[in-house]
Design a protein around this ligand. Sequence first.
Ligand SMILES: [Zn+2]
Length: 360
Amino acid sequence: MERTMIPGYTIGADAYNDIPHVCASYGTRALMIGGKQALAAARDKIFSATESSPVEIIQCLWHGGEASLENIEMLMPEAATADMIFAVGGGKAIDTGKVLAQRMGKPFFTFPTIASTCAAYTSLGILYHPDGSLREYSFSKIPPNHVFINTQVIAEAPVKYLWAGIGDTMAKHYECTISSRGHIPCHIDGMGIALSTMCAEPLKIFGEKALADCGKNLVTPELTETVLGIIISTGMVSNFVQVDYTTGLAHAVYNGFTVLPSTEEFHHLHGEVVSYGILVLLTIDKQYDELNAVFQFSKAIGLPTKLADLHATVNDLQQVADKALAGIDVRVYPYEVTDTLIIEGILELEEYNRKYEKSR
Ligand SMILES: [Zn+2]
């Protein structure tokens, strides 16, 4: 027997007004857990939306900083007395509340306060050690019971999260279509692969305007479309497809760059480096029309297109390629990905940049 659950969501500047209607059937006592900035942005709005409703927020707690087992265990006594968990934040705070709820068998609801990842929609939790290093993927088939996306809160968050979120989201489409190439997918994989188109095309159309609107703290149709792409389209694809289809060469390239101190030092965001990985992926896959389209889009919104944009040089490439192949990202791929293939792809992309710069 296999059960698939597809969470619903409410989106809009007034999305929190839907909390009593959606949550009351799960009980009356909600424990709110979040990141510090997330709670500062959303806490009062959530309290006022549940005031004089059957849903009472019994406590509002900081998640502890890391999505760690230690923090999850620390929160268990409070969670034991609650009927449901409200997880408020970006990635780590949401994953803390998510894994806490999954392990205690409690219903949980997510409240993304930035649009940077699909954590608010997925059943997967990513756990870290207290020092911030990766511990494990907490695999689960239990997604949130519902997602509340307040677009006004997201419009007021720093633009850089939305910017990097666009890069990470678009990768989902290219990675899952290439990783599954030549396979006959089962129903749920096929659903995810088909949906993944929604992770790329709408973002190319609406992304630039959405970033400008976010910079002015404005909720517009373009911002809403982009947020839906980052949180919902990507979350659905992640929940539907098997793990080897959720990742691919763009994330392998990201992992490769994590070995360079320069990447850390200049605080390049995950989605920012992944977006560069898409260009490498398209170059190696010889999808030159698509490469041109994504390259122009990346240029338009200031995402990196060349090594210098990531504070890296050709001397770093062997290290980057070795690390890129150390993970599982390209273990399922329509052709063998070697260090030479990655290095030659990156060098070809450097040449592509030089031609682009000359032609201007
Ligand atoms: Zn990613």
